[in-house]
Design a protein around this ligand. Structure first.
Ligand SMILES: O=C(O)[C@@H](O)C(=O)CO
Ligand SMILES: [Mg+2]
Length: 263
């Protein structure tokens, strides 16, 4: 099996990996497994100084985080008409953490608008993101928009990568990009390789997990070795987030990397 050179671009998603321990301890666990990058969803229950200290002690860099999910059932507020102030506060908070930790990518969570409000929600999303992008650009930060599949997140504003591509054209800011999570895209749209190639100029980050169980990317309906070959040979220069729910012990489950001869 020919080696695939990608390991140096893996970032361990500590929102899902190492679920048996508290968030800060997951940084050490990732380092012990050889990762020097982690990404995170919502670090906000920890003071940024505590995170900075743990990351520095472990020799690990945080590469991505999300804006706060908001109240029950919101899952972000960037696309909620009338909640612009709340979104601004979410962005302020994410930027504060990102600047202090040297994080260069923020996943901006859209939210669940009322279906009857969809047009207004997209307009709010576009306006909020233009303003947010201009603020983030000052620190060289990229904002990521991710489609979340309709089985896991029914009612989320965007469930398909192609919808995001159209919205990105409207936003028209170079530092707003598509987060292409192969797990969600497979469930929502499929045709992974052709879609990845077509959308490549818009892609700022990718994530991987098996479908349908969202476990290690070594089983299920996606032939991940072919996907990793594609990523490595495509010209994509960004990171690969390992955002999956380990089927058992996280460290033992990482055996898929060697089994696929990813170096
Ligand atoms: O895939 C996901 O669910 C995530 O990347 C995320 O950021 C939270 O929805
Ligand atoms: Mg994802």
């Amino acid at each position: 099996m020919t080696p695939i050179s990608l390991k140096a671009r893996f970032s361990a998603n500590i929102a899902l990996l190492f679920p048996d321990r508290p968030l800060l301890d997951r940084i050490d666990a990732a380092a012990a497994c050889g990762f020097d990058m982690v990404e995170c969803h919502f670090p906000y229950e920890h003071p940024v100084e505590a995170l900075a200290e743990r990351l520095s002690a472990a020799g690990v860099r945080m590469t991505g985080l999300n804006t706060r999910p908001g109240g029950p059932g919101e899952w972000g507020r960037a696309a909620l008409p009338g909640r612009e102030e709340a979104f601004r506060a979410d962005l302020d908070e994410a930027l504060t953490y990102a600047r202090a930790l040297g994080v260069k990518a923020i996943h901006v969570m859209a939210g669940h608008p009322l279906p009857s409000d969809r047009e207004a929600a997209v307009a709010t999303y576009v306006a909020n993101l233009r303003e947010a992008a201009d603020r983030a650009a000052a620190d060289g930060i990229t904002l990521l928009l991710e489609p979340l599949n309709g089985y896991d997140r029914p009612g989320y504003l965007v469930s398909r990568a192609d919808e995001i591509a159209a919205i990105l054209a409207e936003i028209d800011r170079p530092n707003v990009k598509l987060l292409f999570d192969f797990y969600h895209v497979q469930i929502g749209e499929g045709d992974l390789v052709r879609r990845f190639r077509r959308l490549l100029p818009l892609i700022g980050h990718v994530q991987v997990a098996a479908v349908p169980d969202r476990g290690e990317p070594d089983g299920g309906e996606i032939a991940y070795r072919a996907i990793f070959e594609e990523i490595a040979g495509s010209g994509y220069e960004g990171l690969v987030g390992l955002e999956y729910k380990p089927r058992g012990d996280t460290a033992a489950g990482l055996a898929w990397i060697e089994a696929m001869n990813i170096v």
